[in-house]
Design a protein around this ligand. Structure first.
Ligand code: CUA
Length: 317
């Protein structure tokens, strides 16, 4: 038996708002949906009357007055009222603030580069594909693109905003309560557009501050021989040309910063859950799992080598 999908629940639904911005979007959507439904009902009833009602009745409603009231005055008044109501609510979202935190997100084919900015707009922390924020306060998102047009969308928290090359778009939103909210690129940006997702993790303020203090630290030193070997292999195979691991010679800027990659929920922008097995699979078969992404498949690595590198990365919490 097929079940109706429950659209008002889940981590990625505009009808399951978890913050004031998404709340307003959901409110407007329901208003338009229900209002539009009622108007459709009226139109259908009028059409039925025009076809089936007795002649006398049809003559009574089939007049110029009906057209002027129903076809001109009614839409003019309803749409004007809706426009004014919509604009007044939306302008409150624009002035929502001041921001407690500024996060710059750069859309890339096909992942998200994330910078936490200080008051001067300088980057204090770089990460990828997962944005942690404190709850209950406005966060400013500064959106850019490194290549083509992407669109930043976390349905449960806010509406879409495009990431356009050469432009900076920004908006603010907040999460009411702790939780994990899924985001998805909402503008076709090439072959792997569908595999360009991310997570927003909303945490209590103190918890967020602990997380942040941890993230700005360099990568932990390997505590086991296997992890030590993993780091050596990571560097020997040239991974550091594209990836940064702070505290090691790896300082590449092409791919995601991996300094604390082990602490993230997903790999490859929401494609895989993050664990030793998927890490090894991604390293050896990145082109199979997400064709045309910039990471080559390292099919040359032996099983033990893959395991060592994956274990090392997984331990970078
Ligand atoms: Cu990025 Cu679609």
């Amino acid at each position: 038996m097929w079940d109706w999908p429950n659209l008002t629940e889940g981590i990625q639904s505009a009808l399951a708002p978890a913050g004031p911005h998404a709340g307003w979007v959901a409110h407007l959507s329901w208003l338009i949906f229900i209002g539009g439904g009622l108007i459709l009902l009226i139109v259908v009833v009028m059409a039925a009357l025009a076809i089936f009602a007795p002649e006398r009745f049809r003559r009574a409603i089939g007049q110029r007055r009906t057209v002027i009231i129903g076809g001109v005055a009614f839409p003019f008044i309803t749409l004007t009222a809706l426009l004014i109501y919509g604009l007044s609510g939306s302008s409150a979202l624009v002035t929502f603030g001041p921001p407690a935190l500024r996060v710059e997100v750069v859309g890339e084919q096909w992942w998200w580069r994330v910078h936490y900015l200080d008051a001067e707009g300088e980057t204090r922390l770089t990460t990828a594909n997962e944005i942690r924020i404190p709850t209950g306060m406005p966060i400013e998102f500064v959106l850019k693109s490194a290549d083509v047009i992407h669109s930043f969308w976390v349905p449960s928290l806010a509406g879409k905003l495009d990431m356009i090359p050469g432009r900076i778009n920004s908006y603010r939103f907040a999460a009411d309560k702790p939780g994990v909210y899924r985001g998805q690129c909402a503008e076709y940006c090439g072959e792997q557009h569908a595999l360009m997702a991310f997570y927003v993790v909303a945490m209590e303020q103190e918890e967020f501050e602990l997380w942040y203090a941890d993230q700005v630290q360099p990568a932990p030193e390997p505590a086991l021989a296997q992890l030590e070997q993993g780091r050596e292999l990571f560097l020997a195979n040239g991974c550091g040309a594209c990836h940064t691991i702070r505290g090691t010679p790896a300082d590449g800027l092409i791919g995601p910063d991996l300094t604390h990659v082990g602490g993230r929920m997903s790999l490859a922008a929401g494609v895989l859950p993050n664990n030793v097995g998927t890490l090894a699979g991604w390293i050896s078969s990145a082109q199979h799992l997400k064709p045309e992404n910039k990471m080559p498949s390292f099919g040359n690595l032996r099983g033990t080598e893959l395991r060592a590198i994956a274990a090392y990365l997984e331990n970078l919490k």
